[in-house]
Design a binder for this molecule. Sequence first.
Ligand SMILES: Nc1ncnc2c1ncn2[C@@H]1O[C@H](COP(=O)(O)OP(=O)(O)O)[C@@H](O)[C@H]1O
Ligand SMILES: [Mg+2]
Length: 481
Amino acid sequence: VSLRARLSILSVALLLALLLVGAGAEYLVLGAYLRHDEASVLRQRINQTVRDLDVRGLPRCPPTRPATPLLAGRLNPARAECIAGALGGAEVSAVILDSSQAVAAHAGQAGQPQLAPEQYRQALAGSPSDYVLTGTSSEEMIAVLQPLRLRGRVVGAVQLSESTMPLHTTQRRLLTVLGLATLALALVAALVTPLLVSRALRPLRRLTRAASALAAGDLDHRVEEPPVTDEVGRLARAFNEMAAAVQRALGVREESEAGMRTFVSDASHELRTPLTTLQGQLDVLGRGAAADRATLRTSLGSMQREVTRMSALVEDLLILTRLESPGTPARQDLVDLDRLVAETVDEQSVRQPNQRVEVDAGVAGEARVLGDREQLRRVIVNLSTNAAKYAPGGTHRWRTRRAGATVSLSLADEGPGIPETVQQRIFDRFYRVGGDAGSAPGSGLGLAIVRSVVEAHGGTVGLASSPQGTTFTISLPAAAG
Ligand SMILES: Nc1ncnc2c1ncn2[C@@H]1O[C@H](COP(=O)(O)OP(=O)(O)O)[C@@H](O)[C@H]1O
Ligand SMILES: [Mg+2]
């Protein structure tokens, strides 16, 4: 059974039960009220009649003298008869009791129920009792019993009784009306409730569809968020947030997977070139060229270069993967950049004795940062190697400065510069200006490593280049103190 049907049935059933309970309660309350009301009518009838008789005498009671007030203080049979006659009627029967509980007179057609002796004693003692119901429910009687006071003295008791049949009729009629109304209301509810429930459940149906669409791979699917912030509204919002999060996560994964694929294929491509060369050389040697000393030397020299190049490439790859694998604890050496620069310049001067290099250091010991000494050395070596390769001649100027909490390190050369169109890309892995491995001596990983290291140390790399020269500037957080 659907939720909609269940909710509808439940609410209609609840409504019906409440209406029925209400109708039952009304029936009972009305019954009690009608009897109470009838009893007070009877009581009033007694009081009224006795008072009238007392004041005006009794014209229709022949045995007594008309002029004499009825209540001379004693109840004689004639007076009793007279009072009974005035009280009794076709539906109401009256009984007058004298002070000895004996029936002094009675009148009226209806039955005269016998009440408990205790009640008669009480009435004769002067206290009126509540009304009494007697008989079975099909022929129920209601009776009231009042002391009969003449001139302030209790001289007997009056009992008035009548059938409650008319009350039953009224009650039954009410029951019919209530029953019909309940039925009509239940019918209306049964028609309207499913519509209301269905309306309330519409957002849930939309959510179900959206969830199915998401599961089927439609990551762009969202549900309309209702403006109200009820449970369904919050659910819709949560669903949309979840869908967006899933989409983001999948996007990130796809991106990193794509990046990984490119990286692996680029690396394989880079390794294949020297391997092909090596294979060619080995083939040549295998065919007997080793016999010729000059060819052998050339071949070995070429093989040596390829192997050197390959190991440099593999080392660069290793550094990059280590930098980018998460969870590697970062070393926190206190590194003096001035000293690293000095060391690098010394090494470089051995290889390029004619290159003019100037070092402009600030206050000694100020350019200190916290980090991995070997990685930072690699940054300086890479920049220096690039300047030597791509901007030989002119002057290479190193400059270190500390400004507040930042240490900056820059290398300016007077080379041909880097075309503006490729300035964005030179930090990419394997990117070389001017094509593949054949035309340039590097792997294209140097600046990628520079950027990775600097960013891992919380710094930035800047580049300014023109046809007159290029300046790389590295900013790193300074070590405290
Ligand atoms: N100082 C420089 N002057 C001009 N071009 C440079 C300089 N440094 C780097 N480049 C350019 O940036 C490219 C990428 O450098 P890099 O990542 O170190 O790779 P590689 O040195 O292996 O070619 C180089 O191919 C070169 O064209
Ligand atoms: Mg390089």
